[in-house]
Design a protein around this ligand. Structure first.
Ligand SMILES: Cc1cc2nc3c(=O)[nH]c(=O)nc-3n(C[C@H](O)[C@H](O)[C@H](O)COP(=O)(O)OP(=O)(O)OC[C@H]3O[C@@H](n4cnc5c(N)ncnc54)[C@H](O)[C@@H]3O)c2cc1C
Length: 451
């Protein structure tokens, strides 16, 4: 069993993207203030019940984009992309760009995203009209054939990163800055001061460790830590009409549907022989099976994909599936591809490979090379599917990204400022109080809950 110190100034629970990024940025900022970080100085201890990347960050598709309908999300993502850009090599970041390709029902909303990207200096191009979109796409990928598309937002920054490689890069930087990362230690409960004002110690599978501050970055396990903190299982949300909606569950789960087509990643090169941007398509054109011609859906649907050497093929996904049971009844462990319940099935394989063929002729008839291996995983979502970044019980900072936060590598940077007494304007729109106060983010027409 690993040895824990009897006390740490900062205990970070979870060695995913947020725990590692927060620990690294915090250590660097303390050092910049002349403090020693590590044994004898300020101790920042990251605990993970399994190991680095054992959660959602380690299986994430890795897409990094700015495209969000909510201004606060866009501003936060612009900051995050700039953090990815600080060290593309260490973070295994591929800045190939990102495309949001949409039907008429999303045209106007995506147009506002483009306008606001211009306003914040985030470079993108916006193409409008069915024939213009077809021409633009075929100028990049000659076999483009997706129907009912009337706008293309082409973000020139962003792209994707390799999940485990980026986490190893972050962990190396954190350790170099004096952070202690302890793997194989589970936090089992939190000791509260009298009156439950603050957390005085964390109880773990390797003993009790006193602490001054706790950072929670546990991704899909947030419901269990929320319970340890004895926080409310339901919330009241003030709607846009001013009405109070009571008893809304704080957490719900969805299963992310992802897979890989086993072709050479080079198969998806652009007309000029380069790696293409990450492609995300939403459309209301009917989708027929590329295997047997049956109608899969005639409702709004979407997919995303990218050639990826790390996954060894063209990898991507589609809309998530609802996990229809209360959060306390969802079996999070074993997680990810080891879960007996939450990996994708053949319906996903048919839908996604058919969707690829719908978009590009080169994917027609390729369903047989879909990789029949476990893929996908669950995520824990907030009531509005946007993050909660906030302090609870005085000294516990919760980073709950509502399962679209692999891209949010810069949140740890901002959280570390707040741990040191600052206030981040970028994090302000993500406080828990927004539900009671009705300060809600606008909702888009996208079929995805995270756009
Ligand atoms: C299949 C899939 C694909 C995704 N693709 C993308 C994408 O393309 N782009 C994007 O931006 N986001 C994506 N996401 C979402 C993204 O992966 C998550 O939002 C993000 O990784 C969460 O990071 P985290 O640091 O909060 O948690 P995690 O990465 O889940 O890490 C949490 C860690 O906490 C540890 N832990 C949990 N409980 C305890 C405890 N009690 N004691 C000690 N340790 C504990 C776990 O072992 C784990 O290692 C995807 C998610 C999934 C599931």
């Amino acid at each position: 069993m690993p040895q824990l110190p009897s006390h740490a100034h900062y205990v970070v629970i979870g060695a995913g993207i947020h725990g590692l990024s927060t620990a690294m940025h915090l250590a660097r900022k303390l050092a910049a203030r002349g403090k020693t970080v590590g044994p004898g100085g300020t101790r920042i201890v990251v605990l993970d019940k399994t190991g680095i990347g054992a959660g959602a960050s380690g299986i994430a598709c890795g897409v990094i984009r700015n495209n969000y309908y909510q201004p606060a999300m866009r501003e936060l993502m612009a900051h995050c992309v700039s953090v990815w850009e600080t060290d593309p090599e260490a973070y295994s970041y591929h800045p190939v760009g990102y495309m949001q390709i949409s039907p008429e029902s999303m045209h106007a909303q995506v147009g506002t995203i483009y306008e606001q990207q211009k306003a914040i200096g985030y470079e993108s191009a916006f193409v409008e009209g069915e024939s213009e979109c077809m021409r633009y796409m075929q100028g990049i990928l000659a076999d483009w054939q997706a129907k009912n598309i009337t706008s293309v937002l082409h973000e020139k920054r962003g792209g994707y990163a390799n999940n485990m490689a980026s986490l190893e890069g972050l962990a190396a930087k954190a350790r170099e800055a004096g952070v202690e990362i302890v793997e194989g230690v589970t936090v089992t409960s939190l000791h509260m001061s009298h009156g439950a004002g603050h957390v005085t110690a964390v109880a773990t599978s390797a003993g009790v460790m006193g602490c001054d501050q706790v950072v929670v970055g546990v991704g899909p396990w947030i419901n269990s830590i929320w319970n340890m903190l004895d926080l409310p299982k339901t919330v009241t949300i003030k709607g846009r009409d001013g009405k109070l909606n009571q008893g809304i569950p704080m957490w719900h789960y969805m299963a992310l549907q992802e897979g890989t087509l086993g072709v050479d990643p080079d198969y998806q090169k652009t007309n000029d022989g380069r790696m293409p941007p990450v492609i995300h398509v939403d459309t209301d054109a009917p989708l027929y099976s590329d295997r047997d011609g049956r109608l899969i859906t005639d409702k709004l649907w979407g997919l995303y994909y990218k050639p990826d050497f790390h996954f060894g093929g063209v990898q991507g996904g589609a809309m998530p599936a609802v996990v229809d049971r209360p959060a306390d009844e969802v079996r999070v462990d074993p997680y990810g591809t080891r879960s007996p319940e939450f990996v994708v099935d053949d319906n996903f394989a048919d839908m996604w490979t058919s969707a690829l063929a719908f978009c590009q002729k080169r994917f027609e008839g390729q369903h047989a090379v879909y990789r029949k291996e476990p893929s996908g995983g669950i995520g824990c979502f907030t009531p509005d599917s946007f993050p909660v970044f906030d302090r609870f019980r005085e000294n516990v900072y919760v980073i709950a990204d509502s399962n679209h936060g692999y891209k949010m590598i810069g949140v740890g940077d901002l959280v570390s400022d707040e741990l040191l007494g600052g206030k981040s304007a970028l994090l302000e729109p993500f406080r828990f109080s927004r539900y009671a106060e009705g300060k809600l983010h606008p909702v888009s027409n996208s079929p995805f809950p995270w756009s």
